[in-house]
Write a protein that binds this ligand. Structure first.
Ligand SMILES: Cc1cc2nc3c(=O)[nH]c(=O)nc-3n(C[C@H](O)[C@H](O)[C@H](O)COP(=O)(O)O)c2cc1C
Length: 262
């Protein structure tokens, strides 16, 4: 074929594009397990931090993080019955993906869907932090709508199943410098020691819009808001309201405190 032929130019361009796309696809597929391993490691680091290691996790090697993660007791909770479920492997069950398949899906009634989820998995992985036989903390996953994005976090609660031991947001796409201030460690630290429910098991936790009166009886349930980020904060408050409400973990927490979750 003549080198000047337009047909030859088209064939060469098409062949080059095909080879390149095969190479890119092959690279993406072969790198996926490595990418997944890094994501898992990052998630394990977050869980080890909130399990009680705190900033010490920054000094830990990947191997130490994996060992500490393996010490956590991962369990699946059946949210609707409020009990542990032994049917599936809690380490491989992905509640975010399971929110799609019908057999795991629960449609959230409109009047309870304050976090804008639409539906959720009926099984959710939680982590028990134990020292010997003694329960130290329970780590619960939460998520829901912020202003621009879905907020993903973990709330760790003390063994009284009521006091917040720690919290973290590990996924969000709110505006940098505005909504993403929910990531600030000093703000998240203010959640520690706050209580979720009062003596009558009524959910009382609030992210406050105004000044908190430190001596008021309500102060133990309240965290300062962030001025200029009220929409994100309202979203986060609704995340808490949903997940610690009757359609979220409330039944499980009540049951766990009396029967140990069986
Ligand atoms: C471009 C742009 C991005 C914004 N991003 C956020 C955000 O991520 N989160 C948020 O709560 N408010 C955001 N706001 C501000 C909200 O519109 C609203 O003014 C604010 O949440 C009110 O907070 P305040 O009542 O504490 O003043 C943004 C505003 C603009 C113009």
């Amino acid at each position: 074929m003549d080198n000047e032929s337009p047909l030859k130019a088209i064939i060469v361009v098409a062949a080059t594009a095909l080879v390149c796309s095969i190479l890119v696809t092959a690279a993406a597929v072969s790198l996926q397990p490595i990418q997944q391993a890094y994501q898992d490691l990052e998630r394990n680091r977050i869980l080890v931090r909130i399990s009680g290691a705190g900033d010490a996790v920054d000094e830990m090697s990947d191997r130490q993080v994996i060992a500490a993660f393996q010490n956590l007791d991962a369990r699946l909770v059946d949210l609707d019955r409020g009990v542990f479920d032994e049917t599936y492997n809690p380490n491989t069950f992905d509640a975010r993906k399971a929110a799609a398949p019908q057999q795991f899906t629960v449609v959230i009634p409109d009047d309870q869907d304050v976090a804008g989820l639409g539906r959720r998995s009926s099984l959710v992985t939680v982590y028990l932090v134990q020292e010997g036989d003694e329960l130290q903390r329970v780590i619960l996953p939460v998520y829901g709508q912020g202003m621009w994005s879905t907020l993903y976090g973990f709330i760790a609660i003390e063994n009284d199943l009521n006091t917040i031991a720690d919290m973290t947001i590990y996924g969000q796409e709110e505006t940098p410098g505005i909504g993403d201030r929910i990531l600030r460690p000093d703000w998240q630290a203010r959640w520690r020691g706050r209580k979720l429910y009062d003596e009558q098991s009524v959910f009382r936790f609030r992210i406050s819009q105004g000044d908190i009166e430190p001596d008021s009886p309500a102060a133990v349930y309240q965290v300062d808001g962030l001025t200029g980020a009220t929409v994100t904060i309202n979203g986060l408050m609704n995340v808490m309201r949903y997940w610690f409400g009757p359609h979220g973990f409330a039944t499980f927490l009540k049951n766990f405190s009396t029967t140990g979750g069986s």
